[in-house]
Write a protein that binds this ligand. Structure first.
Ligand code: FAD
Length: 298
């Protein structure tokens, strides 16, 4: 098994890591190698995403179950409302509980047909994410995290409407908000101020996206409404065929981002790992986290 998270006892920063269910055996090997590398850092939890329309339902389940079996890290399973009746979602929640999952990241999700399609709730499904959160809380003693959007969700009319949605999720029992990734920290600070004014006081954990491939990151950002500042594009300019420099630049960019957040009162970070450990590990190391090895990890 992997190392128990002794580093939780070390005062300082808390981290969590997000993985996605792989489609091929090769990708599966990268997932477990990234998990094995990162787990000894003692994250607060490791989460596993849920594919559009439940497409990864079984794989998400298998991965969280295996995380539970092979480590002491708390697995958090994502769950979305897309294309599923209440009965189906209640079954999935039950199956997560059965393998020892005690933390769910509850989401609305996007239409399975892809970005740009209007979201229509399943006729027998939950109409809002808050309803899903309430159902999870009713099903027993589970922790629920939800999403938040420092640059507002692309479908939102305005920040107030977006924050109403978050407030409803908190009222339904969510106890942590993990943000969409952002590259300009000012968006996070302004959003945090808005939540404070609204009296929303659950932890707001910034979602950090380490850039190992700039054009891929810019594509993802375009899809979810994350602004890519000009200075960031300039940092990666001309490095497409220079992986060594790109890696060094990438490590610097993400370190600058987390240190600025830390200097502004943030003490918990959620990393979108994309099933790769290197940049995340280096960033956590710079934040002072150290891998704890034990006999069990040998
Ligand atoms: P909500 O917080 O419920 O709503 C966000 C906004 O969408 C609202 O403010 C509102 O403007 C709009 N909205 C919501 N409902 C409606 C409605 N009925 N009609 C009109 N507008 C509406 N996606 C996955 O498929 N799988 C994952 O595992 C996954 N994990 C994620 C983890 C994090 C931390 C984040 C930030 C996002 C994740 N996503 C995932 C993406 C997410 O599903 C999409 O951003 C989706 O568009 C919104 O889901 P949500 O739960 O954030 O929505």
């Amino acid at each position: 098994t992997f190392a128990p998270p002794h580093s939780r006892a070390v005062p300082g920063f808390a981290v969590s890591f997000e993985f996605f269910p792989p489609r091929t055996a090769e990708m599966e090997a990268s997932l477990w190698s990234a998990f094995q590398r990162l787990a000894p850092l003692g994250p607060r939890f490791a989460s596993v995403t849920y594919g559009a329309g439940g497409s990864t339902r079984d794989r998400t389940h298998q991965i969280v179950a295996r995380m539970r079996r092979v480590s002491d890290i708390e697995p958090a399973a994502h769950l979305t409302c897309v294309d599923a009746s209440r009965a189906t979602l209640e079954e999935v929640i039950h199956s997560y509980r059965q393998v020892g999952v005690r933390h769910i990241v509850a989401l609305r999700g996007d239409p399975a047909e892809g970005v740009g399609e209007a979201y229509v709730p399943h006729p027998q499904g939950f109409q809002t994410t808050a309803e899903l959160v309430a159902a999870i809380k009713r099903s027993g003693d589970l922790e629920v995290s939800v999403s938040a959007y420092p640059e507002k969700h692309p479908e939102s009319r305005d920040f107030d409407a977006d924050i109403d949605v978050l407030a409803a999720k908190v009222d339904a029992g969510a106890s942590r908000a993990i943000t969409q990734f952002f590259f300009d920290n000012d968006h996070f600070y302004r959003f945090r101020d808005r939540l404070e004014k609204r009296g929303i006081d659950i932890p707001l954990v910034p979602g950090i996206f380490p850039i190992s491939n700039f054009s891929q990151a810019a594509r993802f950002a375009g899809r979810c409404g994350t602004h890519v500042p000009g200075w960031l594009a300039e940092r990666f300019e001309g490095l497409d065929d220079d992986p060594d420099t790109r890696r060094l630049v990438a490590a610097t960019v993400v370190a600058e981002q987390v240190f600025d957040l830390a200097a502004n009162g943030v003490d918990e970070f959620h990393f979108y790992t994309l099933n790769r450990a290197e940049l995340v590990y280096a960033t956590c190391h710079m934040l002072g986290l150290r891998a704890m090895t034990t006999d069990a990890a040998a």
